[in-house]
Design a binder for this molecule. Structure first.
Ligand code: G
Ligand code: G
Ligand code: MN
Ligand code: NA
Length: 253
């Protein structure tokens, strides 16, 4: 279809842009990271959400070029922030399923880190349980990525089927509690029980845990009571273009 042909040209035409959503640690609201989120400014359709075009990019294989572009752009941006003295936090990049299974992904990322001069400890890759069809093959991929010195997090956590014993074998630094649980936290005891369990799981495995999709004070309060310390969501900040994250007259963010 038409959108596919357009997507093919989007990278070359410079229609893709990376927005960044800040991540904070409470109680001091310390900035601890930035999630890179892809945006497509289509010349006719306007802003197209990655929820719409990432699946098309996956089907057509275009995700390989786009994914590589996002990785490089995010690493370049993180390095630029560090050098400008604006902030020195890691950038988190969402991987697609195809990228995760790309045989030379570790080599490609190593090259991007060298080219951009970003210290590997400032790159985090977000992967999801749904990418891990074959358990031992997935652990092998993750171990190869970890050897680069980068961090791995498990995105959309709680929506998959990972057992505690499987999780304990993964070289993962952080669980990201899926937004769907946070969304219903104030109405549903079930969701409260789920997040309580996820937080306890993370800590018992020596992992950090971040809640995403925080929109209200109430959600923040409940999660804080459950000892969650890290947060991301509209309550704090929407994903923003780099120029809006650090306005030159306000470095405090
Ligand atoms: O930003 P938004 O809520 O519209 O993102 C929708 C979906 O697209 C989310 O699942 C998010 O993880 C995914 N997404 C955003 N940016 C990227 C990206 O650079 N690569 C991949 N593979 N997925 C992304
Ligand atoms: O799949 P992933 O977790 O990467 O998706 C992140 C998506 O969630 C991004 O598209 C981002 O724009 C969106 N997002 C981030 N914070 C919030 C929020 O507080 N509320 C809602 N509804 N969406 C959010
Ligand atoms: Mn994510
Ligand atoms: Na998520």
């Amino acid at each position: 279809i038409e959108i596919e042909a357009d997507l093919r040209k989007a990278v070359e035409r410079g229609e893709l842009e990376v927005y960044y959503q800040p991540q904070y640690r409470m109680p001091n609201r310390e900035l601890i990271g930035m999630e890179a989120l892809l945006r497509w400014h289509h010349p006719v359709r306007g802003m197209v959400s990655p929820g719409q075009f990432v699946p098309i990019a996956e089907e057509t294989g275009l995700i390989m070029d786009i994914g590589r572009w996002v990785l490089k752009e995010a690493c370049r941006q993180a390095k630029a922030w560090h050098e400008a003295g604006l902030t020195k936090v890691p950038v988190s990049v969402n991987l697609s399923t195809q990228q995760f299974h790309q045989p030379d992904l570790d080599i490609e990322i190593e090259q991007i880190l060298i080219e951009t001069g970003l210290d590997p400890k400032y790159l985090e890759l977000e992967i999801t349980e749904s990418m891990m069809m074959d358990a031992s093959a997935s652990i092998e991929i993750m171990n190869r990525l970890k050897r680069l010195g980068i961090r791995l997090s498990l995105d959309d956590f709680g929506t998959g089927y990972s057992s505690l014993s499987y999780l304990s074998r993964l070289p993962i630094s952080r669980l990201k509690i899926d937004r769907s649980f946070v969304m219903r936290l104030e109405e549903s005891g079930t969701e409260q029980a789920i997040v309580t369990t996820i937080i306890a799981m993370a800590y018992s495995l020596g992992m950090d845990v971040i809640a995403e999709g925080i929109e209200t004070e109430g959600q923040l309060r409940i999660l804080t009571e459950e000892r969650c310390l890290e947060f991301q969501g509209y309550y704090f900040s929407r994903p923003l273009p780099p120029g809006d994250l650090f306005p030159t007259d306000d470095w405090s963010l």
